[in-house]
Design a protein around this ligand. Sequence first.
Ligand code: NAD
Length: 368
Amino acid sequence: MATHKILLLPGDGIGPEVAAEVSKVLAWFTRAGIAQFETETDLVGGAAIDAHGVPLSEAAMDRAKAADAVLFGAVGGPKWAGVGYAKRPEAGLLRLRKDLGLFANLRPAICYPALAEASALKRELVEGLDIVIVRELTGGVYFGEPKEIVTLEDGQKRAVDTQVYTTGEIERIAAVAFDLARKRRNKVASAEKHNVMKTGVLWKETVTRLHAEQYADVGLEHVLADNCAMQLVRNPKQYDVLVTDNLFGDILSDVAAMLTGSLGMLPSASLGAVENGTRRALYEPVHGSAPDIAGQNLANPIAMIGSLAMALRYSFGLLEAADQLESAITRTLASGTRTRDIAGPGTNAVGTTEMGDAIVRELQAQAG
Ligand code: NAD
């Protein structure tokens, strides 16, 4: 049996609490003889600043590069509010994304039937929702140059951000979306604004060409990003995989996130290029370190455990184990087990550790 190398970076606030629940799940898979993991743990964010003076040590960066996948908790908190910009806790995460070349951000929006009431939309619109937003993460308007604020001769100021994409950047993110769709319901929607943006014209042309050349078996539709935002709240279940640029992806993935109820439920994956048959990858919950509830056994560990399910699927090729884990989460929720963030009024809530234990019990029950 192959051994999968994991670097666990729990981080700050609720990060270590939810990471501890992931460790329980990893231990269960090992005990059950389903998979074998070699897990190293290191510091990131505020915890690394306290220990080493930097949000990510060189040793931790080297371990991240050597791992098959990084599992990341969350970073930040009021304790480090005064740290300089370059050394703030979040800089540790940005360094990991940059140095691992993580250009594709995958955010599933899954609405568990048991939680449909928690969505801002009507139950029939979201129940059974299962879509993935694939966002380009390292290009576009957040990084394009020039990026500046200059003072004009008349005293006004002028701010410039530049949206830039090359065919290579578009092709590689579109390929991630098409490959993913083939493992799901085989449909991709590509969102841009070719009606008003040159990058949109090139995006649409490039996705269309790649589709014709390599992915003609996958369904493809093009949608204007503004219409896509509307469709996501009108009829989100029409989508399977949605691919888009960095800026539109930032916004559309937050819209999709809210369809599912709580921040504590949302996993994510950030993937790099395939090199020598392996793909660099980092998996993390969408939420932050939640200082308001840290240390109180109140955090929902499902976003973090769901991030492990993504690692099993996308980094380790353990598709059956990923299905088992996702189904254990669904069944735990269906049994009425809830952390405080997803418990309705008058419902008894369990703590972080009890939710983790309940999911492990479901895994065991499913295994017979
Ligand atoms: P947050 O995501 O930490 O919290 C927002 C709200 O959601 C809080 O009320 C929190 O209690 C709740 N929440 C978040 N995760 C939860 C969970 N698993 N279970 C139950 N409730 C949960 O966002 P914030 O408050 O804006 O930021 C707090 C800190 O986290 C800041 O320092 C911020 O910079 C940092 N942050 C880090 C990341 C990251 O590490 N990737 C992402 C976002 C924010």
